[in-house]
Structure formats: structure tokens, C-alpha cells
Design a protein around this ligand. Sequence first.
Ligand code: FEO
Ligand code: CA
Ligand code: CA
Ligand code: CA
Length: 502
Amino acid sequence: GLETKASHFNPKFSPIQPTTKDDVVLPKGYTYDVIASYGDVINPAGDTFGFNNDFTCFLPIEGNPEHGLLWVNHEYLGELEYYVNGYDYLGADAEDNKRTPEQIQKYLYALGGSVIEIKKQNGKWKLVSDSTYGRRVSGLTKHVLTGPAASIAKEVTGTFANCSGGVTLWNTILSCEENYMDVVGDCKLEDARHYGWVVEVDPFDPKSTPKKHTALGRFSHENTAMVLASTGQLVVYMGDDARDQYVYKYVSKGKYDPKAGKANSRLLEDGTLYVANFGKGTWISLDLATNEALQKAAKDGKPLFASQADVLINCRDAAKAVGATPMDRPEDLEVHPIDGSVFIALTNNSSHGNFYGQIVRLFEKDNQHAGEEFTFEIFATGGPQSGFSAPDNMAFDSAGNLWVVTDISSSSTNTGIYQSFGNNGVFFIPTAGENKGVAVQFASGPVGSEMTGPWFTPDEKTLFLAVQHPGENLKTYDKPTSHWPKGGSHVALPSVIAINGF
Ligand code: FEO
Ligand code: CA
Ligand code: CA
Ligand code: CA
């Protein structure tokens, strides 16, 4: 049933106006600290913070809300690759992929994720640059596969295209491989089936081998939202961020055991993957043993679903074969902390004329997260009236307010129908009360950037954000469009910030 818990969190701020300023602009009384930028040293071995930071997740050390580990995803390079390895993405080099082996090494090292240790001292958040927890998990790191498709490889090299993610109930990180196919092509990698998975990393054990959990399916994973169902099973909500792709949930076979700690990771190896049909309000199981539509498709020989491993590897084809509902690019899914409803950011879909996106709110029947029936409503719609466009990552505060970042593509920002929105930013949307569904702007990002990975400390005094791709949409490398965060003539650097003032 519905649970309510008291919360005293009631952020008060005067909303900001859209702006094109090359800075992180915040309401009066709020300030930000830059914690880590691309290239910063993060451990005694000299490993460095990766590029284009996205998902962030703060895990306190010994319960201290001002000292902990921050996991940060590193997604992609794009045209800013020039600043990582000198490859001329805008020029002649790009035409037939002339990356040298050294450039490919640097490319892969800059992606994946970072574990950094951070601390608040004298009112300012700082990186502990000689931390023994400091770790890079990159496109060069060894991984293992678990679950039904684990047989495709003994081990897999690297993770990349890590967009958003989530945290488990046992304090590990789930990092999501999204547009892996771009990296596979750029870096001339052989087996694309090694990528497109959800990766589990234990930030507290720097020697642990990250795991790719194949039971959660292979597609352009945006994020994960894990919740404990009333049945004791774990449920993980997930979106496939591509035009006309689907919304999924994974339901573990076994039950969560709070005493088992990290051993609960096994629950991500055996379970049922479902895909949503919004017309019928049903979750369709992608289990080959019981789904007749999949069995029929397997018998017809195309597409190939000879085994459950094939179903998981070719997840998009399987979802299509069973009649799932194509969506307008599902980005983050997040579970409301008070009533358990599931929020889905549909960022946009230009092929359907959906230019501004929506946020959908899904209600599981009787609030049964492991169940197979749901209803939904449109919670908020992007556009000039509502003031936001292209919702992407979301976070809830403990009072159930939604914090949403926007991602109008850097080539569209401040042009045409997107002119009035200014740079991408952060919006605050109450989910109850008289302002339910009404967005106000809390922050604006530097030129060309997207703010990603919003995450609160447990005391809700700090909001972490990743400022991704500042300075993107360049015409020429000698005229940078952003100089954030260092200013002057410095080239922009993707960086993670802490916002103080709550
Ligand atoms: Fe990497 Fe769906 O954003
Ligand atoms: Ca992004
Ligand atoms: Ca995203
Ligand atoms: Ca996006």
C-alpha cells in the first residue's frame, strides 16, 4: 500500500530566468564548488578523471553526509575529442576514421566511470586527490558477464557510453551503457555484443571486477531505478533512449535479504525482463519459455530468438515482436519516494513532431511493483508555456519534489523553436499541492552544456550535478564557445559541481 513519511525538506528559492550566460547560474543564496574536472588526478597512481561526466551518485563514508565516495559516469567524446587526444573530429580526419592506436587508447581511457573521494571542509567541497578509493573503470578495464547471456565471453574489455545509472540497495553502483555503437565504430572494436548492458561496480572495493548483468537486457540503457516490491523481489525500471524504443522492468526471481549485503547482487542474475505496452497497460514478459509470440518468432527464424540469451542480446527485436509500445526516447525513470509511482522522462521525438518532451507518471496496479498491470498519466509537458524542454535525468527530494535537468541538443540550443529556453538547466516540479506539475527554473548551465546526474546528499544540504559537454557545437577549435569553469581563454572542461545553500 501507499506509505507516507514526514519530510522537512522545503527548498525556498526565487526561480531564475532562462539565460545564455557561460556559467552555472543559481538563485540568490546558492553557490557552487567545482569538485573535479576532466584530467584531475584522483589517486596515488596518477589516474585521471574522465571526460563528459554524466550520472553521479554519492555514497557516504561511515554515514557522514560531508565525506564520501562519488561515482561519476563518463559518457562520450563527440566533437570535443580534439581536447582528449588531438583527433580532428570536425576536419578531414573524421571522414574515414584515421584514429591511431594511441588515440584509441586515450579515447577509451577517457570513458567509463570514476570513483572519487570527496569531503566538505571549511564550507567547501573538495576532491581528495590521493585517495586509495580513487579508481578509474574505463574502456580498457576488464569486466565479467553474468546471467543468461554470460556465455558469449569469458571476460569483456571495457565499459563506455555510460550515461546515467542508479544505486543498489546494497551500496553498489549500476552504470548504464547507452550509445555504445558509436564507440565500437570509432575505436574499431570487434564484438558489439559486449556492450549495451547494465554494469555493477563496487566503489568501496577498488580491486573488484565490474559485472555486466545480462539478465537486464541489452539496449541503449539510460538509467536504472531499483525498488523493493512488497513481495520481497527486486524491481529495476529502465528506459531505452532511442526514438521509438521501449520502457522495461526487471523483476528478480529471488527475494532481497537485507542481511546478505553485497551477496544480493545475485538477484540481478536471475529474473524476468518485462517490456511495457501502454495501450493495454500491461507488462509483457520477455521470457522465451512462456511467451508464445517470442516462440513463434523463434520458429519463423527471424529475428533469431533461439535461446533466452538471444532474446536478451536482441532485446529491441524481442520487445517489438511481443507488441511493446514505442516511446519518445525514454530517458530517466525514477520512483516517487512517497507513493511509489514511476516517473518517466520522454525527452522528445522529432520523427513524431514531439519537440519538447513529456514526463509520464506510471501507477502500478495496487502499487505492486512486481505486478503486470498499470495505468499512467501525463504528469508534465515541455514547451514554451511550461518553460522546460527535453527532460532528461530526474531526482526526487525526500518531500517528493522532482528535480529535472534538460537536454536540448547543443546544436539546437538557443536557436529556432528553442530560443526562449536559453541554455540547458535544472527545473523544480512539485508532485503534490497547488503547484503540482508546475516547473520553475533552479539553475542554468554554461554554453553548449547539459547538466546531468542530479544527486542529493542524505542530509539534502548539497546537490551534486555533472556539467557535461560545455563548449559543444563548435565550428572551429580556435574559437571555443565556452571557457567554463576556469574562464579567461581556457578551454571548457566537463566538471562535477556541488551546489550549496539548501
Ligand atoms: Fe546519454 Fe539518453 O542520454
Ligand atoms: Ca548526455
Ligand atoms: Ca541522459
Ligand atoms: Ca539526453
